[in-house]
Ligand binder design. Sequence first.
Ligand code: GLN
Length: 233
Amino acid sequence: TKVDAAQPNYIITTDATYPPFDFQDKNNQYTGIDQEILKTIAKREGFTYTLKPMSFNAATQSVTSGQADAVIAGMSITDERKQVFDFGTPYYKSGIAWAVKKGSTIKSLKDLKGKTVAIKTGTAGADYALSIQKKYGFKVTYFSDSDTLYNDVINGNSQATFGDLPVLQYTIKNGTKLKVMNPTNPYEAGWYGFAVKKGDNAQLLAAFNKGFAAIKKDGTYQKIVNKYLGAPA
Ligand code: GLN
């Protein structure tokens, strides 16, 4: 592949804190599964980009408002989002889990009655929590970043959260004192996708998909995933 002089330098947004998909290493460089996939594909396909880390909600809105060309942020492919985004090839299977503080007496969703659930603005996990809020009678409190949200549950200000299973599991493995309540049956299982505004940036999307197919085939994709999540058992 050669660099196409006509190709612009793309602006790509991401979630500032979403390990193991998007986060800063000890030298403050962005890394993670998404970032390694993106970097590898860009190099292969000969495009350049400027990465703009921000809250997840801002990252997706920057694309729909035309301020950025694409987003990669552990973003779930949903029917609702397909109305306003074009997604690349699904690249990672995920699903929604709920979690409580380690040692919490909460055992089932019914125990959430009258309690407060911390949710992340603009996420699939937040939508799921809101869809069952009436049934289980909990209150919600919004956060724009995952770390502040986890701390709110650990501090006991809120009593549970809903979010992506692989992300919660990774965070817990790295010492966050939470416990996933449905590790084997996540809700709304689905996939993550790279996204552009619907109808825009077809060239970038095609380059992403072409590069993704290549790194899937040659084992690079699996190597990247294994680096962060370990080889599958
Ligand atoms: N996968 C979730 C979503 O797309 C959360 C993404 C995130 O918080 N970065 O809504």
